[in-house]
Design a protein around this ligand. Structure first.
Ligand code: CO8
Length: 283
């Protein structure tokens, strides 16, 4: 794996005239920072950015880089034309090798803790479909701008016969009302862009990806006059209960996931679901 590199992002303060910077961060993600200190983390695992172990590990490293380089904000987006992320890679959970699937889940936990709990400002520029784990990533950010189109987002686990982990639910309850979250989670509801906007699952709609990114930057810039420390502490306090729960229950959560993923019934559901996806694609 190519090591992540992130060019210095404090160019505005130190070298005001320096051109916008971009660093190829690795094969599965791209990390760039503009001269205003806004990082863009682009998921680029074709075709649909399904979150396998390698992609999660690259996201994890990229989040460390953004923290280390003190970017003031980060936009999370995707290079795929019509998908933000298809969620967890089902192939990681189908007939899994135990050591790998364990690392897979603990890496997902780590990514969530870093993204949901980041001190820097986070915005998801959702340029396409964002089901399940894709929705989790988007909801873990502080603000969401979604491209208009026939896209959908939501936590569909229940519809697949899966129970979303507690911290997935907490993330949704942090985004929309508990009442709306309960209705959505129990029915595995997928929201159209318009529905997502209405319920507050996304904050703004944009015409296309470029406008998503522009609106995301505008959101980050709104905080230019807010002292960063006060902002970060406030975010930490509001998100504290959910973060503390996972920090204290990581082992149990892993155990629960491993029990789930090794159950024959779940394996059967995953197999049927993969077949359905392939059939849909006419393959
Ligand atoms: N994992 C693996 N492969 C996938 C996934 C996925 N999540 N999604 C799509 N693919 C594959 C397809 O099978 C297809 O493969 P191939 O080219 O070999 O046929 C390829 O990616 C492209 O997919 P599509 O043709 O479907 O692409 P579209 O652009 O038409 O549609 C969508 C994009 C809308 C994203 C569509 O692919 C889709 O709906 N995918 C499934 C999304 C989903 O339901 N994900 C759920 C994953 S589970 C999860 O994230 C949380 C689990 C929590 C576990 C909790 C345990 C306790």
């Amino acid at each position: 794996m190519v090591p992540l590199r992130l060019l210095v992002n404090n160019a505005k303060r130190v070298l005001p005239s320096v051109r916008p910077m971009s660093a190829k961060a690795g094969p599965l993600v791209d990390l760039s920072v503009d001269n205003e200190g806004i990082a863009t983390l682009t998921l680029q695992r074709p075709p649909v950015n399904s979150l396998n172990l390698d992609l999660l590990q690259d996201i994890d490293k990229a989040l460390d880089e953004v923290t280390k380089n003190k970017a003031k904000g980060m936009i999370l987006t995707s290079s795929a034309p019509t998908t933000f992320s298809a969620g967890l890679d089902i192939m990681e959970m189908y007939k899994p090798e135990m050591k790998r699937v364990e690392t897979f889940w603990t890496t997902l936990q780590e990514v969530w803790l870093k993204l949901f709990g980041s001190n820097f400002i986070t915005v998801a520029a959702i340029n396409g479909h964002a089901p399940a784990g894709g929705c989790l990533l988007a909801m873990s950010c502080e603000y969401r701008v979604m491209a208009s189109g026939k896209f959908s987002t939501g936590l569909n686990e229940t519809a697949l016969g899966i129970v979303a982990p507690r911290w997935f639910m907490d993330t949704m309850c942090n985004t929309i009302s508990k009442r709306e979250a309960e209705l959505a989670l129990t029915s595995g509801r997928m929201f159209s862009v318009e529905e997502a906007l209405k319920v507050g699952l996304i904050d703004e709609v944009a015409a296309d990806k470029a406008e998503c990114v522009e609106k995301s930057k505008n959101f980050i810039k709104k905080f230019d006059r807010i002292p960063p420390m006060a902002r970060a502490y406030t975010k930490q306090k509001i998100r504290g209960d959910a973060l503390d729960w996972l920090k204290k229950n990581r082992q149990n959560d892993l155990k629960e996931f491993l029990g789930f993923v090794t159950s024959p019934k779940v394996q059967q559901s995953l197999e049927m679901y993969m077949q359905m996806l392939k059939k849909k694609a006419g393959k």
